[in-house]
Design a protein around this ligand. Structure first.
Ligand SMILES: *Cc1c(COP(=O)(O)O)cnc(C)c1O
Length: 407
């Protein structure tokens, strides 16, 4: 009899986005003339920038010829793209990466879950709270979360992030083996500074833990004291895997391309006590379970990593920065306590009058016809907060802020 992975049965149902849709629809049905403005979206706006569109067309034309047709390539991605990433994304930061330390993926989402294939089941996991739900859910699926104890997982060390600790999780009392950090952060929109990230890198090296560093929003970093890569911190190649994506950098959420860096200086302990390099294990995993990213997406990604591609995509990000600034100043203008929004497209706001996240969601929908995302949906530390997203049309955001100011 076929047996299932019963860990899946432990997964908590995610009510967040279905509940937002449900409540918004119910409101629209009761108020057919209301124009509801959605500031909850976590997806980029189209269209793709011109250099990317040109590269996509050209790659399709390649596929239409005998000479330039591409079938299976290297599972870890073509050399031309890995070299371009090393040269374009890392060399300017003073980081040297060998091409065989870079693995092209179909986005950050897949590798965030896949990476733990090469790690033992009994690794103790630490995750920031509030957080992008993928780290917790993939830990549950892998059987590393233990049991749900009403408001936390028995085997996951949660690291609270809040205004009191400047959204930088404090080092935990219990020692983890595997630490998920996301900076700039979704949902809080805050980012770790060099000093804050150095504290975590030094700690991980001391306890020989592995940091999975998700920097999907790296392209939004503006502050000089916020690193773009964890490898800007000395010693990080010995303790960190960095996961990046073109999704938020270049609007690739529907194109699909990202990459994962597994430095050759990174070692883990095997069951027999030996120290083993992680890089060849990951290569083996990729070659066995992944047959490579689409050639067409890879050519589109290559186009992003050119001076003109950089210019065009940063222009797009500048619009999101502008939107975020409108939200920040709009909310600050009515005396709200807000965070983030500078190095990320998200603004994290404490609800007024001690309202719960969902109470404020209903209040804002009912009075201003504006949709936000209840913070509690990202973890218990998110209760009493809501997230606003700058991914949207500037006019929509201007109108939403005008309505909120008039409340
Ligand atoms: C959007 C996002 C990603 C990107 O996922 P892709 O699979 O690359 O589209 C990764 N991490 C966080 C925190 C995100 O918000």
């Amino acid at each position: 009899m076929i047996q299932i992975n019963s860990e899946f049965l432990k997964l908590r149902k995610s009510y967040l986005f279905t509940e937002i849709v449900h409540r918004t629809r119910a409101y629209e049905q009761e108020h057919p003339s209301a124009k509801v403005l959605r500031l909850g979206v976590g997806d980029v706006q189209g269209p793709l920038v011109p250099v990317v569109i040109d590269a996509l067309h050209k790659a399709v034309e390649d596929m239409a010829t005998v000479e330039r047709f591409h079938g299976y390539g290297l599972e870890e991605g073509p050399l031309w793209l890995r070299q371009r990433i090393a040269d374009f994304d890392y060399t300017p930061l003073g980081i040297h990466l060998d091409t065989d330390e870079i693995f092209i993926s179909d986005g950050a989402g897949s590798d965030l879950g896949n990476i733990t294939d090469i790690l033992a089941l009994n690794n103790r996991v630490a995750i920031a709270d509030p957080v992008y739900p993928a780290y917790v859910d993939t830990s549950v699926m892998a059987g590393r979360a233990g049991d749900w104890m009403e408001d936390h997982w028995s085997d996951i060390i949660m690291l609270p992030c809040n205004p009191q600790n400047d959204f930088c999780p404090a080092l935990p009392d219990e020692t983890p083996d595997l630490i998920y950090l996301c900076s700039p952060n979704n949902p809080t929109g805050t980012a770790l500074t060099y000093d804050q990230l150095r504290m975590w890198v030094d700690y991980a090296r001391r306890v020989r833990a592995l940091i999975i560093f998700d920097c999907a929003y790296e392209a939004f970093v503006q502050d000089k004291d916020v690193p773009h890569s964890i490898y800007e911190i000395e010693g990080a190649k010995e303790c960190a895997i960095e996961i990046r994506s073109f999704s938020k950098t270049a609007g690739f959420t529907g194109v699909r391309c990202g990459y994962t860096v597994v430095p050759k200086a990174l070692y883990g302990r095997a069951a027999d006590g030996r120290d083993v390099q992680l890089n060849p294990l990951w290569l083996r995993r990729v070659c066995t379970k992944y047959n490579g990213t689409s050639y067409i997406s890879e050519r589109a990604a290559e186009a992003v990593l050119t001076p003109e591609g950089y210019r065009q995509t940063r222009e797009q990000i500048a619009v999101y920065h502008h939107n975020a600034q409108l939200i920040l100043s709009g909310l600050q203008g009515i005396g709200m306590e807000v965070y983030g929004g500078v190095n990320s497209p998200y603004i994290w706001m404490r609800t007024p009058r001690n309202m719960s996240s969902w109470e404020y969601f209903d209040y804002l929908l009912g009075t201003a016809q504006v949709v936000c995302t209840p913070g509690v949906g990202f973890g218990r530390e998110g209760e009493g907060f809501v997230r606003f997203s700058a991914f949207g049309m500037t006019e929509t955001i201007e109108e939403a802020m005008q309505r909120i100011r008039q409340l």
